[in-house]
Write a protein that binds this ligand. Sequence first.
Ligand code: ADP
Ligand code: MG
Length: 235
Amino acid sequence: MPITLNNVSFHYGKQTIFTNLNYRFKNYHRYAVIGPSGSGKTTLLQLLQGFLAPTDGTLTKDEDTIMTVFQNNQIFPWLTVAAAVNLPLKLAHKKKDKRNQQVTQLLRELQLTDLKDKRPKALSGGQLQRVAIAQGLALNPQFLLLDEPTSSLDSQSKEKIQDLLIAQQQRRQNSLLVVTHDIEEAAFLGETILIVKDAQLIVIDNPTFAATTKNRRESLAFYEFCIALRAEVRQ
Ligand code: ADP
Ligand code: MG
């Protein structure tokens, strides 16, 4: 089921964050959300997840099918990687043999198998982020929302996560919504880019998406789109 915003407004006290948003988030689609710091990106995720309710208007969605990986998503320090990935399945009361099977698969897909017995303190930023993503994917949500998942990573770890996110989204045929302040990341991940600005969502279709050449990041069309997107964000 898609997520639909009908005339959604949101205020923190007297501070207006969104005014009359109307938008429909489709199934099996990738969204990137960009916008200046403080514009309301995290607030948008909290509205979509249901942690915040619109001040006005309505948001319709299917409760169980959204999972958010928030920015300071802390992995419990006492859990191993395997136990951390197992946790959402355990909390959802999945049967033990089913859980073990799913954990093994998630660890493999997120390239965490060799790290399965390590604890968070022994992991790099990119590895920790992959654990957080594995937790987010564990219950196979229809919508996976991620708040700046690569913001503290070096460019190599960043690209690895971006590639993993696309591969998982295509395999699972779900929707992905990634908040980022990185223009290139938005252009690479988003089939649709949403710019949060002046309490509105500006919708931009990504023209470089159809050209799924192997090295899309290095194509001229990709650079040109990044330049145009940067101008749009700054405006
Ligand atoms: P972004 O993620 O785009 O940086 P946020 O959604 O976190 O922006 O915040 C948007 C605005 O709302 C900011 O000005 C922020 O200070 C304010 N804000 C965020 N959370 C709260 C809150 N819980 N109570 C009051 N104001 C908040
Ligand atoms: Mg934020």
